[in-house]
Design a binder for this molecule. Structure first.
Ligand code: ACO
Length: 323
């Protein structure tokens, strides 16, 4: 039996930092309002000449280095993004070429903020089927390019960045018996598609468009949706909240994260929180947070890590990983 084991992770944040104080100069808002409602204090913003692929390439290079691997070792590249460089080719194709990978397959997955969990699950299916050996799973976003910078209800929430993990198909035996992705659960309910969307695209306005959101509606559904798929993961693996070492949720909003952890009985010290510094980076938020917790020594080999996300669609999902 094959399992998808995490070999390494890497991330990249654009150099430019935009603080709440600076935002208060653009729209009528305040540091106090933003921190109190969301927990966000700053976010990173990509430079003019930094498309999503450029962020993804840097994160992927860091992940390969951490894994002790090179481009030649990778036969699958999956990029989760809602802010692609082009309508096509996929951002994964651009990243693959940028890394110098010429073998295997590369494609994008589009599930907005849940994109990384969807991409991770997709890669897991390829690897555990035996068809592919090593996957780069990337979450890369430049939401700054689809924000309406005159709309204070949305522009304060998001940031740019990228994160990546290298997964490897390994035999689930010996010391590896319990390692890797243990279970994952994905859901979509398109009836909610108008609660969080971009009002552009080739099939509508033929422009790129801007992110539009019914914030209260998103908030109302978020906690119950993510807790449902986490309970699914607990049930599928006979695991309890106490057994988790780390909870690495999608970083949308501090209040959603703490309410979900509370409801599930996950202790606050097990929650990895980066929203304060990164804002909501959509599909990039989970791999960015994973990297922070790996690099500061919190997540260690053998740890049980739960990731979860919810986003536009609505889409939502969870994955339980033995690191
Ligand atoms: N600064 C100051 N005031 C603001 C701002 C702002 N940036 N934005 C909105 N307001 C005002 C509103 O205009 C409103 O004023 P009014 O009462 O005079 O009309 C007041 O603040 C309250 O607005 P609400 O939208 O009701 O505020 P709420 O408490 O719901 O907080 C928020 C808004 C933070 C967006 C909240 O609904 C939320 O967190 N929703 C979840 C959305 C989210 O995280 N989306 C991310 C994408 S989805 C995902 O990743 C899961």
């Amino acid at each position: 039996k094959l399992r998808s084991v995490v070999r390494g992770c890497g991330s990249y944040l654009p150099e430019k930092v935009l603080t709440n104080e600076e935002l208060a100069g653009l729209v009528e808002t305040s540091d106090e309002w933003i921190v109190q409602r969301t927990g966000i204090r700053q976010r990173h913003i990509a430079a003019e000449d930094e498309p999503t692929s450029a962020l993804g390439i840097k994160a992927a290079e860091a992940a390969l280095k951490a894994a002790g691997l090179t481009a030649d070792d990778i036969d699958l590249v999956i990029c989760a993004t809602s802010t692609p460089d082009f309508t096509f080719p996929s951002t994964a194709s651009v990243i693959q070429a940028g890394l110098g990978i010429t073998q295997g397959a590369a494609f994008d997955v589009q599930a907005v903020c849940s994109g990384f969990v969807f991409a991770l699950t997709t890669a897991d299916k390829f690897l555990t089927s035996g068809s592919h050996k090593r996957a780069l799973v990337i979450g890369a976003e430049t939401f700054s390019r689809i924000l309406d910078w005159t709309d204070r209800t949305t522009c304060v929430l998001f940031g740019d960045g990228a994160g990546a993990v290298v997964l490897e198909a390994q035999e689930a035996a010996g010391t590896n018996k319990d390692r890797g992705i243990l279970t994952s659960h994905l859901r979509t309910d398109g009836r909610h598609r108008d609660k969080l969307f971009v009002d552009g695209g080739p099939g509508s306005t033929k422009t790129v468009g801007h992110l539009r959101m019914q914030g209260r509606e998103v908030f109302k559904h978020a906690v119950s949706m993510v807790t449902d798929v986490i309970v699914d993961a607990f049930n599928a693996t006979d695991t309890t909240a106490e057994q988790l070492n780390w909870f690495v949720p999608h970083q949308a909003n501090k209040r959603i994260i703490t309410s979900s952890a509370d409801k599930l009985g996950i202790a606050p010290e097990k929650v990895v929180m980066t929203v304060e510094k990164h804002g909501n980076t959509s599909a990039a938020s989970i791999p960015l947070a994973l990297c922070v917790a790996v690099n500061d020594g919190r997540i260690k080999p053998g740890d049980l890590v739960m990731v979860e996300a919810m986003g536009g669609g609505f889409t939502w999902g969870s994955a339980l990983i033995r690191w």
